[in-house]
Each structure stands twice: as structure tokens, then as C-alpha cells.
Write a protein that binds this ligand. Structure first.
Ligand SMILES: [Fe+2]
Length: 544
């Protein structure tokens, strides 16, 4: 791939280096580069000078030209005539955005599949140009230069482009190719606009905004070039997290929808119910699992339920084999977080949210009707766990409304339960309720020590608890050797192998999760090959 540096490129580097005053301190470098131009190429010049019988001269020439080239690249040199840029990007409404690293081969299978996808979707392919000065490369000889694989000429982008009033591609933001956190510190760049940057890792992070304003989204793309890094510890980590991936973006009015696309080792990929290869597209592929953002059922409005479960919603449309449910019950009626909040307690009393049994029974009914035709995995989560905490602390004479239920429940568990230590939410759903109201057999309640994998993705963890009793976080989950999709934070993110979903409980922000925030309605699909994609709901829609 590395192009033998020709005289024209050498002349451009010489001119660039002169403008940057590189030769002031390195007059010998100027002499060597002049020799290379005089003899037609770096290689020819080196051979000629070696033929003079002085290998030290060649080594010196190699080194000084390499330093010149390296400094020129570090100062921003590139030969803009070498690669063809994308045109008319802002005129389209659909894009497939990936990145490509300099002096690296593209993955031909992925590139051919992207072409099929773009033709099928009427989308524009974009490759943000990323740069990496592999330190190994400069010690291999004087053949160097900065260029990108010509097989995707016409896709390249190296400047900022607005895709709409709320979204931009930040093609001019240069992020270190080996950065482990490519979205770090970008919060203010682009002001209020969401932003896509080019980087070998597929990542996503939200920036908190005031209530009522959509959070600002930061995305990095993954890459269509093969992993091509050096041998340092930093480079090895970059290689490990290099994603053959891109983002499919579609726009409707001011609203945009971004879908992650992760390719397999052949470059083939799923998008919703379709599977793409260089040979074409096939339909009717069911996702293995659909991980729903924290539900907190009691807070979901009828409109939100229609968006998620209705005819045009993602569950009906995509027909996943399984559902994964986080914080499906809020335990709003008697949640310990509110026990000292008199005003909120009075609000609950006035609005009829005071009977624990009713809330749990409604959740059982909701689980049954939403799980028809597929298996629901109910993840052990902190909000359903609040029921057990409430039982531990309950004083009947202090809460007469719930005293009757408390005594009936405790009596039932004492008579029929296997162990007092069994999880109370699961016991209520599967044993306490009468047979015609219980959670059906296709609703599976997980414990925190279970492990359910979908094509290698672990869906068992809610996200509140991390390793060895510590609090969970994207950073700690990213260090688990398995890929994970988890919930809990309500602020969705993608960080290496750890993908966190959002929440459907946006109504909570009106009562007690107040102030600026980055909660968002976002779910996660797991495809049959273990690739994943976020489904984002904006203004009741998830597609443009
Ligand atoms: Fe939650």
C-alpha cells in the first residue's frame, strides 16, 4: 500500500518543510531531500549514495528525510491531490459514515458490503480521514508519505459538514488514532450540535443538557480500514478495540436517527431485519434480543407504550426472539428514595399511587401482555429490589393502607416459600399472585449470579453493581472480558464492549430527576452474529 514517494510528493514536502522553518535547524536534511529530488526518488538517491561506498551516508540521508517527513506529517502535511473527496454530502438525507486511516488497506469485504447497503438505502458513503504516524514505519526506510486507500476515492471527508441543524460530521477534528477515549473532552465542540467524529473505535456518549432539550450526542465511527498500529502498549490497545464498523444516519426534518453497524470478520453486517453482503441483501432476520431501556412501567405514558409496543414500534417491526427488561417495576408507591419527601408522598396519595400490591400486580399484567410470542428476561434490578427493602423495614401501624397486603404476603411466603432469602419481586410475580395473574412461563426472572449470553453478549447485569461490590460503570464493565449490554444509568453510552441502554421513564425527570441531564429513550438490538445497534426514540419515532 505504501506508495514509493515520488518527486512531486518530495517537492511538496520540501516546500511545506521550508515554510515551517524545518530546515533552519536541519540544513543537512534539506541537502538530502534535494538529492532525493535530483536522483528521481528517495530510493534511487539512497542507492546512488550507497554505491559511492559510504553506507553511513545512506543511513544519515534516510534518517534526516524520515525526520523531515515525520515532522511534516505532525505539522499537518498531506498531499490533498492524492485522494478524492466526497462531494454534495450536505444535500443527502441518508449517509453511511465510517473512517479510514492513512496508509492502511481497506477491508475489501466491508467496503463492498457498504456499497450494496448504500445502493439499497440510497445513502451516501463517507469515510472520515484519520491519521496515524506509526513509529515503526519511519525506521523501515525512506519510503513514506501520507495517503489513503484509493479503492474508496470519492468517500473521503476531512472537513466539518452540517448534516442538519442539530447534527454535524466533525471531519476536521483530528483525534489520536490510539486514543482509548476518542470522545473525551469534546463536549463543547460544535456547541449544541450533536457530532460524529472519525476514529477506529465505535463509541457513543451523551452530553447533559437542560430539561426539555434533546441531549447532545457524541459518536465515533469505527473504521473501514484494517487495524494497522505499531507495537507499543498504547498501539496494542488500539488494535484490540479497533472496530470494523460505521454509522448509518437518516434525517427527517431536524430529527436525526443514528444506527451503529458492526461488521463481522468478512465485512458482512446486519441492519435491523436485513443482512448485507457483497452479493446483496436478505430480509426476515430476527434479532436475538431486544434490550429495552429501563422501563419503570408506572412512569410510561400511553403514548410511550404505543411507541414501544404499537404496530409501527420496534418490537412489532423487528420481531426479536427475546426481550430483556431493566427496572421494569419502579416500586414508585413506597420507594425508599422518597420516604422523607412529604410533598411527593402527598402527591402519590392524591394521585392514587399508594398501594404496593396494585403496582406490582399491574407490572405482572404488563409483563404478560408485552411478552406474548417471545421470552422476556427480567434483569434483577435495583428498583424491583426496593420491594424487598420495603418489606425489611415495614411497620404495619405506620402505613395502614399497605398493612393488610404486607401481612398476607409475609404469611404466604412463610407458608409456601422455599426460603425467606428468595428474591421478593420474583416471589410475588411467580408464586404470590393467583395462577391467572402470575407472570407466565415465558417471563424469566434472572438472579445476579445467572449468565445469559446472546451471541457472546452478556445481558444479565443491570448496571448498578460492578465488580467485587463496587458501583457499576461503563469503564468497569468495559474491562469485563465479555461484551455486555446493561441498564441503570438512563444515560445511554457505548464504551468499548460495554453498551448501556437509556430509559423510557422520562416522566421521572418531571418529579424528581430534575436539572440538566442526559437521559434518553434508547434501546439495544443484539443481532445473530453478536453485533449490536442502538435504537433511539425521538419525538415518538425511531426511524426517519
Ligand atoms: Fe432505572
Amino acid at each position: 500500500m505504501n506508495k514509493v514517494m515520488d518527486v512531486d510528493t518530495l517537492k511538496k514536502i520540501r516546500k511545506f518543510a521550508e515554510e515551517k522553518n524545518h530546515f533552519v535547524k536541519r540544513p543537512t536534511a534539506k541537502k538530502h531531500i534535494d538529492n532525493a529530488i535530483k536522483y528521481g526518488s528517495v530510493t534511487n538517491a539512497a542507492k546512488t549514495l550507497t554505491a559511492s561506498g559510504n553506507p553511513i551516508t545512506r543511513q544519515s540521508m534516510d534518517t534526516s528525510i524520515n525526520i523531515t517527513v515525520r515532522n511534516a506529517i505532525a505539522a499537518g502535511f498531506e498531499d490533498k491531490s492524492l485522494n478524492v473527496r466526497a462531494t454534495g454530502v450536505a444535500k443527502s438525507k441518508r449517509w453511511f459514515v465510517t473512517s479510514a486511516q492513512n496508509n492502511s488497506l481497506v477491508h475489501q469485504g466491508f467496503v463492498e458490503t457498504i456499497k450494496v447497503f448504500c445502493q439499497h438505502m440510497n445513502a451516501e458513503p463517507i469515510a472520515i480521514m484519520t491519521r496515524y504516524a506509526n513509529p515503526d514505519k519511519f525506521h523501515r526506510g525512506a519510503e513514506s508519505g501520507v495517503e489513503w486507500d484509493h479503492s474508496i476515492d470519492g468517500w473521503y471527508l476531512d472537513k466539518d459538514v452540517s448534516l442538519g441543524p442539530k447534527l454535524m460530521i466533525a471531519g476536521d477534528v483530528k483525534i489520536g488514532a490510539t486514543s482509548g477515549n476518542p470522545l473525551g473532552g469534546l463536549d463543547l465542540i460544535g456547541r449544541g450540535k450533536s457530532m460524529i467524529v472519525g476514529h477506529g473505535q465505535l463509541q457513543m456518549r451523551l452530553v447533559a443538557t437542560p430539561h426539555g432539550v434533546d441531549p447532545k450526542m457524541l459518536h465515533s465511527t469505527g473504521s473501514c480500514t484494517l487495524a494497522n498500529y505499531g507495537r507499543s502498549q498504547t498501539a496494542m490497545k488500539a488494535r484490540e478495540h479497533h472496530n470494523l464498523a460505521g454509522l448509518y444516519v437518516e434525517m427527517r426534518g431536524e430529527a436525526f436517527y443514528i444506527f451503529q453497524v458492526e461488521a463481522d470478520k468478512n465485512g458482512h453486517f446486519y441492519f435491523l431485519n436485513e443482512h448485507f453482503t457483497p452479493d446483496g441483501v436478505t430480509n426476515g432476520h430476527r434479532p436475538l434480543a431486544y434490550v429495552i431501556g429501563d422501563e419503570h412501567r408506572i412512569h410510561m405514558t400511553d403514548k410511550e407504550k404505543e411507541c414501544l409496543w404499537g404496530k409501527d414500534g420496534p418490537v412489532e417491526t423487528l420481531n426479536p426472539e427475546c426481550l430483556v427488561r431493566h427496572d421494569v417495576d419502579d416500586f414508585y408507591t413506597r420507594n425508599h428514595h422518597h420516604k422523607d419527601d412529604l410533598m411527593l408522598s402527598m402527591h402519590k396519595e392524591k394521585t392514587g399511587a399508594r398501594l404496593v400490591e396494585d403496582e406490582l400486580r399491574d407490572t405482572a399484567s404488563y409483563l404478560n401482555w408485552t411478552s406474548k410470542g417471545r421470552t422476556s428476561y427480567v434483569v434483577d434490578s435495583n428498583h424491583p429490589n426496593a420491594f424487598g427493602k420495603w418489606l425489611n423495614r415495614f411497620q404495619p401501624k405506620n402505613d395502614i393502607s399497605n398493612a393488610d397486603f404486607y401481612m398476607r404476603y409475609m404469611g404466604h411466603k412463610g407458608l409456601f416459600g422455599d426460603s425467606w432469602a428468595d428474591d421478593d419481586f420474583t416471589y410475588f410475580m411467580t408464586k404470590f399472585l393467583p395462577a391467572n395473574e402470575r407472570a407466565a412461563d415465558n417471563v424469566v426472572f434472572l438472579t445476579r449470579n445467572d449468565q445469559v449470553l446472546f451471541a457472546g453478549v452478556d445481558i444479565t447485569h443491570h448496571g448498578d453493581k460492578g465488580a467485587n461490590g463496587a458501583r457499576g460503570s461503563a469503564n468497569s464493565f468495559s474491562k469485563a472480558y465479555l461484551k455486555m449490554t446493561y441498564g441503570h444509568s438512563h444515560s445511554p453510552s457505548i464504551f468499548k464492549g460495554a453498551w448501556g441502554v437509556g430509559t423510557w421513564a422520562m416522566k421521572m425527570t418531571e418529579q424528581y430527576a430534575k436539572g440538566i441531564g442526559s437521559w434518553m429513550v434508547m434501546d439495544n438490538i443484539i443481532y445473530p452474529d453478536g453485533a449490536r445497534c442502538m435504537i433511539t426514540h425521538i419525538n415518538g419515532k425511531w426511524r426517519a
